[in-house]
Design a protein around this ligand. Structure first.
Ligand code: AMP
Length: 361
């Protein structure tokens, strides 16, 4: 096994007046959280296993090393007062070991529940929140026995995102021979999509929320491409989406920002697709469209700051810059209402989110 390396790549003097926030994960969400923290005078320490993690350019301290290395985790834990995370695929055992000495928000149990698509859907359904019909799949035969779910999408129960680990199956004659059944899958009935929306909410305490207006999302190749606020939806759907998100946050006793991704089908039925126990890509436009962004509210909630009334200032659109899309914007002169964010990723890769643009209206 490759020997883990630990390196503190970048450090500044830390003044201990406000809590020091540890963030696990060093992608763009970690960067944008660090920027929001800085605005509130909070220092951030990023822990990432990627030496090129872009958040190192925005945080106060960057610790780079293997998540499974106990010494590395101890170094990180000693330096921070409170911990949050920017991606959900962190083994429960690691979060739980940190949580023994330092508070992690959202709580590790919440992340564990949401990490697995089956336990996530069971939780939603047990709270009378509609999801698409689904079944646990362990082998090809399970798919045949659940042919009522076809056409459907076969997804790995854990670790999949942006369409990774997903297979569309139209009928039982079309089961891809390359499916690796050493992993567990969920087969979800394919929803005839009218549109997709997301609901970003920050919970501070019992019945204490700030809720962003529903955001309308367009995916290309299962990756989010465009987000618009407010979503063009009926009042009934809006109310239902907000009610379910509040209910989820309350039931989980959640502290911080979470996002519920919804499907609306062609008959105007609402389905919860996923819960993201973190800030969300569709919420990037809240930086420019609101007085307080999803990132700032997350920091405020986990650091026990005062809740401030969150108001929408502008309608807005966000475009994700994927792969070489970024090149067009790097030297472009932009209008005053256009805000460009470059994630400073070292390498441009196909399907990699390299930056985003928000246009306020
Ligand atoms: P997910 O990984 O579950 O977030 O799925 C990524 C994207 O794939 C979603 O945003 C949808 O555009 C599409 N998708 C996922 N599941 C379904 C489904 N059951 N029916 C229709 N489209 C889906």
């Amino acid at each position: 096994m490759e020997k883990p390396t630990i390196k503190i790549c970048y450090e500044k003097t830390i003044i201990m007046s406000k809590p020091i926030l540890g963030i696990i994960g060093g992608g763009q969400l970690g960067s944008l959280l660090s920027v929001a923290a800085k605005k509130l005078g909070i220092k951030t320490i990023i822990l990432s296993d990627d030496p090129d993690a872009p958040a190192q350019y925005f945080a106060d301290v960057f610790i780079c090393g293997n998540y499974h290395d106990k010494k590395n985790i101890n170094d990180f834990t000693k330096l921070v007062d409170i911990v949050t995370y920017e991606f959900e695929n962190i083994p429960f055992e690691i979060l739980d070991s940190i949580h023994k000495t330092k508070n992690i928000l959202p709580k590790p149990e919440i992340n564990k529940l949401i990490q697995n698509r089956i336990s996530e859907k069971k939780f939603l359904n047990s709270n009378k929140i509609q999801t698409t019909k689904y079944s646990l799949i362990k082998d090809k035969n399970d798919i045949i026995e659940n042919k009522n779910l076809l056409p459907g999408l076969l997804k790995t129960t854990t670790l999949g995102y942006d369409g990774k680990g997903q297979f569309k199956i139209n009928n039982i004659n079309e089961i891809d021979d390359n499916i690796d059944f050493s992993k567990e899958y969920i087969l979800e009935k394919f929803v005839d999509l009218q549109k997709e929306i997301s609901l970003v909410i920050t919970r501070f305490d019992k019945n204490q929320y700030e809720i962003y207006n529903p955001i309308e999302n367009i995916h290309e190749n299962q990756i989010l491409k465009y987000s618009t606020i407010p979503a063009d939806i009926s009042e009934d759907i809006k109310k239902q989406a907000i009610k379910w998100a509040e209910y989820i946050a309350e039931k989980l006793n959640y502290i911080g920002t979470l996002c519920v991704e919804y499907f609306i089908d062609t008959n105007n039925n609402l389905y919860a697709n996923e819960i993201a126990p973190r800030v969300h890509n569709s919420g990037h436009l809240t930086i420019n469209a609101y007085n307080i962004s999803q990132f700032e509210n997350h920091i405020r909630a986990v650091c026990n700051f005062k809740k401030i009334e969150t108001k929408q200032l502008y309608n807005a659109r966000m475009i994700n810059l994927i792969g070489e899309d970024i090149l067009e914007y790097r030297n472009k002169k932009l209008d005053k209402n256009v805000f460009f964010y470059d994630y400073l990723k070292k390498e441009i890769k196909n399907k990699r989110k390299m930056g985003h643009v928000t246009i306020i209206e």
